[in-house]
Unconditional design. Sequence first.
Length: 657
Amino acid sequence: MLPRVPGRTSSSTGERALALAVATALLGLAAAGGGYGTQAQAVAAVLVWWTVLLGLAAGLLPVAAPARPARWLCGLLAAFALLSGCSAAWGHDAGAAVQSAALAALYAGVATLVLLTLTEQAAGAWLRGVALGLTALAALALASRALPGLLHDPVPAALPSARARLGFPLGYWNALGLAMASAIVLLAWHALAGATRAGRTAPLAAIPLPTLVLYLTSSRGAIAALALGLTLLLSFERRRLALTLQLALATVPSLALLALLASRTAFTDGLDDPLAREQAHVAVALLLLACALLGGVRWLADGRLERAAAWRVDRRLARAALGAGVLLAITATLAADPSARWEAFRQPPVAPAGTGLVADHLLSGGGSGRYQFWTAAWHAFAQHPIGGIGAGGYEAWWAQHGTLPAFVRNAHSLPLETLAELGLVGGALLLALALATAGVAIVRRREAGTPAPLAPAVALAGCGALGAAIDWAWQVPAALLPGLAGAVIAAGLPTRPVTTRRAWALPAAAAAIGALLLSALVLAGDAELRRSRDAARSGDLSAAARSAAGAVAIEPWAAAPRLQLALVEELRGNVPGALRAAEAARERAPLDWRIWLVLTRLRAKAGDATGAQRALARLRCLDPGSGFPPVETLASRASIAVRLECRDGGKQRDGGA
């Protein structure tokens, strides 16, 4: 008879329902572009906070007394959202600040929902749901490459230089890579913690799928996040021997699969030709074979792995293995020539050429512009150290001070972007979040009777933290929310039965109402803007003007609705009205180069040559790398072309990284 492994229980109907709901929500958010963009984020925030509010009103939440560290984590996230919104008072774009606050409110809402539903059993359900959702996401992403006629990825058309890097459906390869790293970590743990033989075999057999998708993203940052996540998983999991054996089992077919596909560059480079489609069929067949072989071996070895799960590794042996690992890491670092790597990282990005782009990028040492992005963020912090330049202000700062000819909205590092936009206060909040989670996890690791979900929760949080530190994963909630859920679970376990709901319900309800109002305003304003643009494209300028005016009424602090109204009035031939709306937009976002572009043209049309020249001078100052033509050329451009340039051009994602 096999020894009983502690911390392993079967799922109840309620836990299975929670896991399915989590998986469905995560996959739905991923399908909506990963949650990137104002509309997707506001909708998600409304749904999450509405769920919290209904649960509190019905007396269903909280299900347990929230642990103090997790309460602090949720409070810090709420404070971060509040600070982002308040930065509208000193930043240069109040509308961008409020949108940043709405995004932070989404993260605070998810953290609150996890906290209020948290028990040790519910923690397992959350982790199963995240694993299931991420695995489904991996299948969807691979289908877009293997079946391009069925699922269309718009990124290659918008960024031809990035065609090889798989990003569907999140729209960004590094975000997808981070999600796949989280999936691998969770599948590895579920292969250890499953209650049945099939429940342990299936997760391990699925690991080659996210591994292949991770390879196709060519994301070095995601590979680093995976390495950190697996290290944390091994460090916090007490069944290290069984976990190590299972990881070794999964590594062999996964690496063999990648080796066989490395030479099939038509498929890995994302080409759309008969050879690529033929290679895609081979890739899917090899993937299924790898999963079947791995699953078969895991099924047959289940008894031995179960016995290994009950063994304890000698501490001296563990310390020796840790020392050997550290020595190996130091040796590999020195062999890689750190000074040469650093110099390569600092160099401006170059356009890829040739074939084998995925493998070439994985082996390269370039930073894809991150050194320049991070340097610009640091300079912004150095000039505005206390309160920063205001949430959402990095885009305008980069346009004026950036050293690369590229449109960049985010600093590709949440800590540096926070320092730039929210100064020392925002940086302190972010540091407190990280330290609180890490400190609680370390303390609980040393406690007897550590809850079983602690190890995967800490590993997830580590993956998310590294991803946010070196990229703009914060703007893609589908990639970062697994890490946030892990942080709340790590800080919230163990919980005790709830004694009184009112003490926890009142502050949570107040936060829910405030976040709902904020998110609803942002969502309504964005909806009116979209209606205005759609109406303008169809030629219904009266409806476009009404919708733009409606957006102004909903978001009187924002510049975007007034700029849209200016563009619509210009199309209607009302130059004075357009000029008034554009001047009002300038007052609300004085550093937005798009507004000054419109002002240059409108002042010229109004006969104010001096004002037009001044606006053009300011435009060139705010975006010196764009090389704007003289006033006469700008004034003669078709209004609709400039409208699309101002609105849609500003909506594109960060390129080149």
